[in-house]
Ligand binder design. Structure first.
Ligand code: ZN
Length: 148
């Protein structure tokens, strides 16, 4: 495993669309292992592949309940709303309040190509939305509401 360099601030790769993974091979497993190591090293809750310069639809999350690996994730259901502070490993020193669903259901594939469905509430729901946004070139600062 290896710690990868996290792309930051106005690096243009953070604004690109990531492509779906088609092959669930050793290369994907190495990417997932490196992403988890990089996320834990940086004390993050989640990391998306474009944040380390790889334009693939791959995400790792640990919201305190263990490592979750998502390949080609799609948000298929949302419920309720939450408003709260958010930050990003690619935007050090920046935080702001973002409205997200309270509950999110995600469909994705695991590292072996098995389809999985995972539900999350609160921080995990927020992380699902934040990381899927990264795959579409969206940063949380795009979503910060103006002061009320
Ligand atoms: Zn982020």
């Amino acid at each position: 495993m290896a710690i990868r360099i996290i792309r930051k601030d106005d690096d243009p790769i953070l604004r690109k669309q990531s492509r779906p993974v088609e092959e669930f091979n050793e290369k994907l497993h190495i990417l997932l292992d490196d992403m988890a190591e990089t996320m834990y090293d940086a004390d993050g809750v989640g990391l998306a592949a474009p944040q380390i310069g790889i334009l693939k639809r791959v995400v790792v999350i640990d919201a305190g309940e263990g490592l979750i690996e998502l390949v080609n994730p799609e948000i298929i259901e949302t419920e309720g709303l939450q408003d709260g502070p958010e930050g990003c490993l690619s935007l050090p020193g920046v935080s702001g309040d973002v409205e997200r669903p309270m509950k999110v259901k995600v469909k994705a594939y695991d590292r072996n190509g098995q389809e999985v469905e995972i539900e999350g509430t609160e921080l995990l729901a927020r992380a699902f939305c934040h990381e899927v946004d990264h795959l579409n070139g969206i940063l949380f600062t795009d979503l910060i509401k103006d002061n009320e």
